[in-house]
Design a protein around this ligand. Structure first.
Ligand SMILES: [Zn+2]
Length: 300
């Protein structure tokens, strides 16, 4: 199993702690705090990005590595920086907005849903940028606000106002990558819940992305490089995420990450008490995003 240099892993951990400490509980969100934190982080590594304020102190960030040939576009994201509220802070072993690093974990609300993916995607994007990566098609980084309240100021707003910036063929985002059994990891292809089905009878959020494709193979290969002989198991998830907005536009969107194979079920409770993420999961997820982009967007 490969491991990123400890300097870059440490900087990824520090960014995750800072985003947790920013406490972007939605509502009200105030996600511009974390969007600016990430913009500063990118700037320090020489990566330029655009920030779009959709409402006071609500915002979204886009960056891109331009493709040099004709080729499919791949998005890291849409990844949301807002987090759910904490109802029972007294039940936590560590304060929920501490961002503490302890015994191989980063602690706090949002660590799992979905700030570890936000920072893994930012770090992977930075590493590819710094290495002079020249993809066939564009590699896009998209960070959004407001997912926990259905995306009105986040993904939906970006699609309505800047469709050209967020249009993509493929996207990888939250809700995937946990171990199901030894050597098998979850790959989320769609959602079962829909915010609009009750009103319109239209199940636009229940669209699913293909189970078999060159892209799915590339995701599996990216995982195999880190955990040999493993496979991805496609599944649908209850609830909604921003993935539905892009699937509706024809993008193929997957919940994709790579958890430490030793992760216990109790560590996967979304919006739960003692939310935390293994540093090993953070490390592996950075690796699989880099592997995926390098393989899938490789020039012929
Ligand atoms: Zn989420």
């Amino acid at each position: 199993m490969s491991s990123i240099a400890s300097d870059s892993l440490n900087q990824t951990i520090n960014l995750l702690s800072e985003l947790i400490q920013n406490k972007c509980i939605n509502p009200p969100g105030n996600e511009m705090n974390s969007i600016r934190t990430i913009q500063r982080f990118l700037e320090k590594q020489g990566v330029t990005s655009q920030v779009f304020e959709s409402a006071p102190n609500r915002g979204n960030l886009v960056s891109r590595i331009r493709g040099v040939d004709e080729g499919p576009k791949l998005m890291f994201g849409p990844s949301h920086v807002d987090v759910a509220e904490v109802k029972n802070a007294d039940d936590w072993d560590e304060p929920p907005f501490s961002g503490f690093v302890k015994e191989g974990y980063v602690w706090g609300r949002g660590a799992l849903d979905m700030l570890f993916i936000v920072v893994a995607q930012v770090q992977a994007f930075v590493e590819l940028h710094c290495a002079g990566f020249q993809p066939r098609g564009d590699l896009i980084l998209l960070l959004v606000c407001d997912e926990e309240e259905k995306g009105k100021y986040g993904m939906e707003w970006m699609l309505n106002n800047y469709p050209d910036l967020v249009e993509t063929d493929y996207a990888v985002t939250e809700a995937g990558g946990w171990p199901l059994e030894p050597g098998k990891f979850a790959l989320t292809i769609g959602e079962e819940g829909t915010p609009d089905s009750q009103n319109t009878g239209q199940d636009s959020f229940s669209l699913t992305s293909p189970v078999k494709s060159r892209f799915v193979d590339a995701m599996e290969d990216a995982v195999k490089k880190e955990v040999p002989n493993s496979t991805l198991v496609p599944l649908t998830m209850p609830g909604r995420t921003d993935a539905g907005f892009l699937r509706r536009k024809g993008s193929q969107v997957y919940g994709f990450a790579l958890f430490d194979p030793e992760t216990k079920k109790s560590e996967l409770a979304v919006h739960g008490v003692n939310e935390r993420i293994r540093i090993k999961t953070l490390d592996l997820t950075v690796r699989v995003y880099i592997n995926l982009a390098r393989d899938f967007l490789k020039r012929k």
